[in-house]
Design a protein around this ligand. Structure first.
Ligand code: SF4
Length: 622
């Protein structure tokens, strides 16, 4: 028995219909801790580089962390991971809600799903009882609709994760949905589940998590909750959640606008946190054990051109990223329209970040004459929510133009041609999150070097750019590396980072509670070393799985280095290629990577990844 852990790994082979339960290896737990760490280790060891992301050979890993489900703030985070159909490399996405704790209570630290079922199926995990059940009656239905139906059928004490029609149709940015509006949104894990014909995973658990010092955990957990409540940010941030940052991002010239053509959106005041609160908010909604519920449960009207004008719908959100990508980036200036598009994505099972990017890309293609009324099936325009709703529906069902757009902007641009590669806004195949980086070198470097592609959750460095000078490159590589170790550590431990990021919760608490939970005396530096190990392992995964992977994969789209921002606070700014190279040179050197962005053998060995070094050398990839 390991304290802090469920103690078991559940391996399910859908092709044979069999499952196996193994003890969680202590060495893996000590070296990779859990969550994203387990996902990276299991995928690196388990996947052949020839594995196609949407083939039965791919695996989906669902992993909680050693702090998941424990009495401390925000301990409800879980990782979904697979070889990504968006990038062809390592992919994962982190999700809140109640699945992480439930899985631990059922006794599992990770679920490994491989193979593919013949018929639509769902996986039921009820403590030790595991079943693969027929799911034909749920297939084709919305993600949230399916969650409700399964809870009606199984009982409300189950926790359910689902995919929507987009996952079934293998849309490369399909998400996994849970708790009526929480998503593992990024990197297309929903499509991987769809390729395996898995509509849902239902979990119910009744076991206790063993703790090294239960009384100590109770006392420290209480102290942590009280410290959260005492932070000024608790009252200032919670009423708006992440939507509260909208005006600030616009004021600093970093708000994605009309497919990242600009970084300033004149309509931002109509889609900010204040508008959300005034016009559509019903109540706050939080994840397991969260003292600062950032979820904003809202009610909104249908939109013109959606075919569902008279509908009134509930949605969790929109949170900031959705506001940025389905709002400003699509030129939409009505919070109700943004919320409705959020609802459309949620039911279809689409990531709102990539969804907003892809829709905006299609609209720009239309405005530039690369697409037309005939190829699209209707007119498209920025600012028209009907255009966006139409595109999202087409994408999720792979109908008409939607069939190409469903593969993401990188592949769509290669098919459309006409110079559209210049404004296909992605890195490594993953569409860019809600911070325009042309006047933010640290944020730019964060996108460039993130293992999964351009995702802000690895390193949210925009505040550092604003605080330290946005024309200077000095110190940016150091900060990005620091953030790339600190932020992913939360995914490894299975807890939410927003208590720290948004209200300034002190990091030393995690160092203090970790040994009380596990009995292991890790210093903060030890924990960061685990994070660095995982960072290098996912880079190694990309090197192993993507032919020619290296520096060339780290560059952003040409728009970010060649087209100065046309208006707003960042007017005239972009980061030319020579400066991007300076950033990469410094970053690689500080990480102990080669000029081409590959970890050296010495770096891998220093981090205890000897087997990875040997593997890559044997394959001629180092
Ligand atoms: Fe969930 Fe938001 Fe709370 Fe984090 S801050 S645990 S994402 S509700």
């Amino acid at each position: 028995m390991m304290n802090g852990y469920g103690g078991k790994i559940l391996r399910i082979d859908l092709s044979s219909g069999r499952f196996e339960v193994q003890p969680t290896p202590e060495r893996m737990a000590r070296e990779f801790l859990g969550g994203r760490g387990f996902a990276a280790k299991l995928l690196y060891d388990g996947l052949d580089p020839a594995t196609e992301p949407l083939s039965p050979a791919n695996m989906v890993i669902i992993a909680s962390g050693p702090l998941s489900g424990v009495f401390l703030p925000g301990s409800g985070k879980i990782t979904f991971a697979a070889k990504s159909p968006a990038t062809g490399g390592y992919g994962d996405s982190n999700m809140g809600g109640h699945l992480a704790s439930e899985l631990k209570y059922a006794g599992y630290d990770a679920v490994v799903i491989s193979g593919a079922a013949e018929k639509p199926s769902y996986i039921s995990i009820d403590d030790d009882r595991v079943e693969i059940r027929e799911a034909s009656k749920y297939w084709g239905r919305g993600a949230i609709e399916t969650e409700k139906a399964l809870l009606d059928d199984l009982g409300e004490d189950f926790r359910v994760a689902t995919i929507g029609p987009a996952g079934e149709k293998l849309v490369r940015f399909a998400c996994v949905s849970h708790d009526f509006g929480r998503q593992a949104g990024r990197t297309g894990i929903g499509a991987v589940l769809g390729s395996k014909k898995v509509k849902a995973i239902a979990v119910r658990g009744s076991k206790a998590i063993p703790l090294a010092d239960p009384k100590g955990v109770l006392a420290k957990g209480r102290e942590m909750f009280e410290a959260c409540f005492a932070k000024p940010g608790f009252r200032e941030w919670t009423p708006y959640g992440t939507a509260g940052v909208t005006d600030w991002v616009n004021e600093v010239g970093a708000f994605p606008t009309r497919n990242f053509q600009s970084s300033f959106f004149e309509g931002h005041k109509e889609i900010n946190g204040q508008r959300l609160k005034e016009k559509i908010l019903v109540t706050d909604k939080g994840c397991f054990g969260c003292p600062i519920p950032c979820g904003k449960y809202s009610r909104t009207k249908g939109i013109r051109g959606s075919g569902r004008e008279k509908e009134s719908v509930y949605v969790e959100g929109p949170e900031y990223e959705t506001i940025a990508l389905l709002g400003g980036n699509c030129g939409i200036r009505d919070i109700e329209d943004v919320a409705y598009l959020n609802h459309v994505c949620d039911e279809l099972g689409l990531d709102t970040i990539s969804g907003g990017n892809v829709a905006a890309f299609a609209i720009e293609c239309y405005e530039r004459g690369i697409l037309n009324r005939e190829s699209v099936g209707r007119d498209l325009a920025f600012g028209d929510a009907g255009s966006v709703a139409y595109l999202l529906e087409k994408i999720a069902r792979r109908e008409g133009i939607g069939d190409t757009l469903a593969d993401g902007v990188r592949i769509a641009a290669a098919r459309f041609g006409g110079g559209s590669e210049r404004f296909a806004i992605h890195v490594k195949g993953l569409e860019v999150s809600g911070y325009e980086p042309r006047w933010a070198p640290a944020m730019m470097l964060s996108y460039m070097t993130a293992d999964v592609g351009a995702h802000h959750n690895r390193s949210w460095a925009i505040t550092h750019d604003v605080a330290t000078g946005r024309d200077s490159l000095e110190g940016k590589a150091d900060k990005v590396i620091e953030l790339q170790h600190t932020r992913p550590l939360f995914d490894v431990l299975g807890v939410c980072r927003l208590q720290w990021v948004e209200i300034g919760f002190d990091l030393h608490y995690y160092e203090e509670i970790f040994p009380l939970v596990t009995g292991w005396k890790y210093t903060w530096k030890d924990l960061l070393t685990v994070s660095e190990r995982v960072w290098n392992l996912t880079r190694a995964f990309n090197i192993k799985h993507i032919d020619g992977f290296g520096r060339s994969y780290d560059y952003p789209p040409a728009r970010f280095s060649e087209d100065p921002v046309p208006d707003g606070p960042a007017k005239g700014k972009c980061i030319p290629r020579e400066k991007l190279d300076l950033l990469l040179d410094e970053y690689y050197a500080k990480r102990g990577w080669s000029k081409d962005g590959r970890p050296t053998e010495a770096t891998l060995r220093r981090l205890g990844l000897e087997n990875v070094a040997e593997d890559l050398v044997e394959q001629g990839r180092l």
